[in-house]
Design a protein around this ligand. Structure first.
Ligand code: ADP
Ligand code: MG
Length: 234
């Protein structure tokens, strides 16, 4: 699904440059659920943003579902993002003046889906994350966990193959985090590939593979026995 080789990324820092990713080699097969760990500043978000085509690498190759991602103009990149990828962020990134349903409908608007179908599909995915009854509520009427479920429904509504989540439980307490991981595990069970950045060991263990970044390189990359989140919810 994802193949990257010898990926490098630097940021300009005045006269100097900060070498953040120093040759990352990494393959993810369809159906995997991968945790990306590492201390703050180790390049986790930079890597995820490159995988999500929100940023570009300086060097290296990136292959997504058989297509080489390189020198794409913004229009083509947007097509790939819509077709393959969904995003979930630590801070939810919901639009405050839109309802839960309208937030989930929004990606379909950009894909020119008719309004009736936008409503039906958004409602279906809100129900999937357990928020059917909350469709007409605004983000400020929802808890953190509920907001993140809306964000997950919004990521799912385009029916992506891969969901990229950058510290999705970073703003949530433990119980709410485990409930959210249960939602993500269910999505993975349905065949969607998940990459989850986290610095929490217990969250990482709810994935099927843990990759550690340090000083711009992958230092460990191991398959693990997945802990089922539901067992930690009750
Ligand atoms: P992490 O997500 O692991 O905390 P990041 O990928 O966000 O790390 O950042 C890695 C390093 O790159 C940090 O030192 C950060 O300050 C720097 N960095 C990230 N984005 C930029 C940017 N747009 N411009 C300059 N430096 C950046
Ligand atoms: Mg980060």
């Amino acid at each position: 699904m994802i193949k990257i080789a010898d990926l490098h990324k630097s940021y300009a820092m005045g006269q100097n440059s900060l070498h953040v990713l120093k040759g990352i080699n990494f393959d993810v097969a369809a159906g995997e659920m991968v945790a990306i760990m590492g201390s703050s500043g180790s390049g986790k978000s930079t890597l995820l943003n490159i995988l999500g085509m929100l940023d570009v690498a300086d060097q290296g190759t990136y292959n997504l579902d058989g297509a080489t991602i390189k020198d794409l103009d913004e229009t083509k990149a947007a097509v790939y993002r819509n077709k393959f990828l969904g995003f979930v962020f630590q801070s939810f990134n919901l639009i405050s003046y839109k309802t839960a349903l309208e937030n989930v409908m929004l990606p379909l608007y950009y894909q020119k889906v008719a309004r009736k179908e936008r409503i039906a599909r958004a409602q279906k995915f809100l129900e999937q994350v357990g928020l059917g009854p909350w469709a007409s509520h605004h983000p400020n009427e929802l808890s953190g966990g509920q907001k993140q479920r809306v964000a997950i429904a919004r990521a799912l509504v385009s029916e992506p193959k891969v969901i990229l989540a950058d510290e999705p439980t970073g703003a949530l307490d433990s119980k709410t985090s485990y409930e959210l991981m249960d939602v993500l595990q269910t999505i993975n069970d349905q065949g969607i590939t998940l990459l989850i950045v986290t610095h929490e060991e217990d969250i990482a263990k709810m994935c099927k593979r843990i990759v550690h970044l340090r000083d711009g390189v992958i230092v460990t990359d191991e398959k693990v026995k997945q802990v089922k989140a539901i067992q930690h919810v009750e």
